[in-house]
Design a binder for this molecule. Structure first.
Ligand SMILES: Cc1cc2nc3c(=O)[nH]c(=O)nc-3n(C[C@H](O)[C@H](O)[C@H](O)COP(=O)(O)OP(=O)(O)OC[C@H]3O[C@@H](n4cnc5c(N)ncnc54)[C@H](O)[C@@H]3O)c2cc1C
Length: 272
């Protein structure tokens, strides 16, 4: 097999800019050597030479293939090496992988995004796509929760988003300058009145938040088929070979990462 047929072959990408988001999260603006087209909700495998690779969702608009953004939390071996990199350094990128969000399913509907913490990167790409065809959706509602005001990502974009979509924010623990809600992200659902017959909800965030977010949406009256989950699992190959990311017969990397709750609801341990 020549290198051009090697599915693990990555292309080079230059880190053009690094934007600090919080004490443990940075956004990396990278320019792939040969461009990189993707659909919102898909992900890429990023590699640090000599260290390894890991999956990350693109957080930039999917109609901008020459420059991509990734918002990455420093949690371990690979991400700490990424966080130590500087502008001008080179990373590897391969992909895109996964199915992405089914925008057609959302046409004509109210789209409610229930987002927690570092679940925001794929949600931001989705918001750009929804805004790109804004007149095709009845409403775009973002409910975003972070642990503290310091943990809010994309602070510099909040006011711009507020002008374009309905935005509700909360933090688990407020400080004296916080003017939004306090409490876990599901408290925001008490503030939003949706037309349940014509609404789709998207849930992205840490597993515990996704679990209770989904349960709250069911309690509010959403049908499992109208709840879309962007799932995360420990994942290596990204192409359905290593089987690390499987939930029952589904590969998160190939069949997902976006699933309806209807597809997953009967499997055990989906929130791990
Ligand atoms: C489809 C997909 C999209 C993702 N998008 C993003 C993103 O946009 N931004 C971002 O910051 N992270 C994202 N992640 C998670 C990211 O891949 C992991 O944080 C990364 O692999 C950790 O690598 P590490 O070597 O630094 O951590 P390790 O040293 O391997 O592990 C450190 C800790 O993180 C946990 N961990 C490792 N991988 C995952 C994972 N996939 N999910 C949950 N916990 C994990 C480990 O169990 C361990 O506790 C995504 C994961 C998937 C599957």
């Amino acid at each position: 097999m020549g290198p051009q047929n090697n599915p693990y072959q990555s292309q080079k990408a230059v880190i053009q800019k690094i934007i600090p988001e919080t004490s443990g999260i940075k956004t990396f603006v990278v320019q792939p050597e040969s461009g990189f087209s993707f659909h919102c909700g898909q992900f890429a495998e990023l590699s640090v030479p000599g260290i390894g690779e890991a999956p990350f969702a693109m957080s930039s608009p999917c109609f901008k293939s020459e420059q991509l953004e990734f918002t990455i939390q420093n949690v371990g071996y690979m991400t700490s090496r990424l966080h130590a990199m500087k502008e001008g350094d080179i990373v590897g990128i391969r992909g895109p992988y996964g199915n992405g969000f089914p925008l057609d399913d959302f046409y004509g509907k109210e789209v409610l995004l229930l987002i927690g913490g570092v679940g925001f990167p794929p949600a931001r790409t989705l918001i750009y796509s929804l805004l790109n065809e804004k007149n095709k959706f009845k409403r775009i509602i973002l409910c975003y929760g972070a642990r503290t005001p310091e943990d809010v990502v994309y602070k510099y974009q909040v006011e711009d988003f507020r002008k374009k979509i309905e935005l509700y924010m909360t933090v688990d623990k407020a400080d004296k300058n916080w003017r939004e809600s306090e409490g876990v992200v599901t408290v925001l659902l008490d503030k939003v009145k949706v037309d349940l017959k014509n609404s789709a909800a998207v849930v992205i965030g840490p597993p515990i938040m996704m679990k209770f977010g989904t349960f709250k949406l069911l309690e509010v009256g959403y049908q499992p088929k109208d709840i879309y989950l962007s799932m995360e699992r420990k994942m290596y190959c990204g192409i359905g070979q290593c089987r690390h990311c499987m939930i029952d017969h589904y590969f998160i990397c190939k069949d997902g990462p976006v699933f309806t709750y209807e597809q997953l609801k009967n499997f055990p341990n989906i929130w791990e």
